[in-house]
Design a binder for this molecule. Structure first.
Ligand SMILES: *Cc1c(COP(=O)(O)O)cnc(C)c1O
Length: 337
């Protein structure tokens, strides 16, 4: 305001926003204005424009959390100026994220000891979690095909036609063919038999939904797991399952604890869940959880992938893209990038 000659605190018009000259013309839309306006007037005008948005509390359609306790809001506001991806600068925030990851991993029956650290990451909603998961499956499949000397340029992913739009985005952004199982009259989720029949040597994974966006129905992840088990045995492939538990991940463990849909099933390798849906947290938070790759190694020494650069902020995501490991997660926290 030092350079502004337009308004002063003594200007009476500042204190009666709607009688002031500042509301006479609309705010500029394309270019930065030549002249400033007082912060009170700017606040009022923007606030009034925002009234034309929908009212979040009346939005029941997207399952996104629209109310939290006052204490949560205070904590959020107290941290709003933290660039929390800078884990070096904000290690306590990182630690809180890690605790969430651990708790959710245990909730989803990740094969971990009582005080073992899980592998996972907080993301911007399930959408980012799904991008990361899809990419990890694609890389894994590519590496396997390369090692076998086979072509690796036609990856596909099998889903139901009821998938959430972010899977279509994933397929388009990362050049993976989306093979959708058609829905039929009276059955509005992915049919396990048809899905597994569509799996071929180029399938990076089957994406099952726990809580279909269309009607909330859970897909039969256990049946998909069992059918894949057979098919993998026959073919020698290692086609795995990703569970999109954006909506159902915080429902099933509490309402249907006996339902096996998570890491209890051996072919479920990764899961996403939206914290900002039934995790009851404001947008936008999601989580991606990953099963550890431990086979053939002593307990506690999981496989550490090395293909991606480690001395960058992207290190953490890079590790998780590759499937992630418990050690990489710990290393990442100590890493001075
Ligand atoms: C909401 C939803 C997503 C996307 O999740 P965001 O957290 O909104 O990014 C993906 N899959 C399903 C099944 C969903 O319901």
């Amino acid at each position: 305001m030092v350079l502004s000659r337009d308004a002063s605190d003594t200007d009476v018009s500042v204190h009666s926003t709607f009688a002031s000259r500042y509301v006479r013309s609309s705010l500029p839309r394309y270019r930065m204005p030549e002249k400033s306006i007082p912060k009170e007037a700017a606040y009022q005008i923007i606030n009034d424009e925002l009234m034309l948005d929908g009212n979040p509390r009346l939005n029941l359609a997207s399952f996104v959390t629209t109310w939290m306790e006052r204490e949560c809001e205070k904590l959020i506001m107290a941290s709003i100026n933290k660039n929390y991806v800078d884990m070096d600068e904000y290690p306590v925030t990182t630690e809180l994220q890690n605790r969430c990851v651990n708790m959710i991993a245990h909730l989803f029956h990740a094969p971990l000891g009582e005080s073992e650290t899980a592998v996972g990451v907080g993301t911007v909603g399930s959408s980012e979690a799904i991008m990361l998961a899809g990419l990890a499956f694609k890389r894994k499949w590519q590496n396997r095909r390369k090692a076998e000397g086979k072509p690796f340029d036609k990856p596909n992913i099998v889903t139901g036609a009821n998938v959430q739009v972010c899977w279509e985005k994933f397929a388009r952004y990362f050049e993976v063919e989306l093979k959708e199982v058609k829905l039929r009259e009276g059955y509005y989720v992915m049919d396990p038999e048809q899905a597994v029949a569509m799996v071929d040597e180029n399938t990076i994974c089957v994406a099952a939904i726990l809580g279909s966006t269309l009607n909330g129905e859970f897909e039969d992840v256990k049946r998909i797991n069992d059918l894949l088990e057979e098919k993998n045995k026959e073919t020698g492939w290692e086609t795995a399952i990703h569970v999109d538990a954006a909506s159902g991940g915080f429902i099933a463990p509490f309402l249907y604890p006996e339902l096996e849909w998570d890491f209890r099933l051996p072919w479920v390798k990764s899961i996403n869940v939206s914290g900002h849906k039934y995790g009851l947290v404001y947008p936008g938070i999601g989580h991606r959880l990953v099963r550890l790759a431990r086979q053939g190694r002593p307990a506690g020494r999981p496989r550490l992938p090395h293909q991606l650069p480690r001395h960058r902020p992207a290190h953490l995501h890079a590790q998780l893209l590759q499937g992630g490991t418990r050690r990489s997660w710990r290393t990442a926290r100590r890493m001075p990038w």
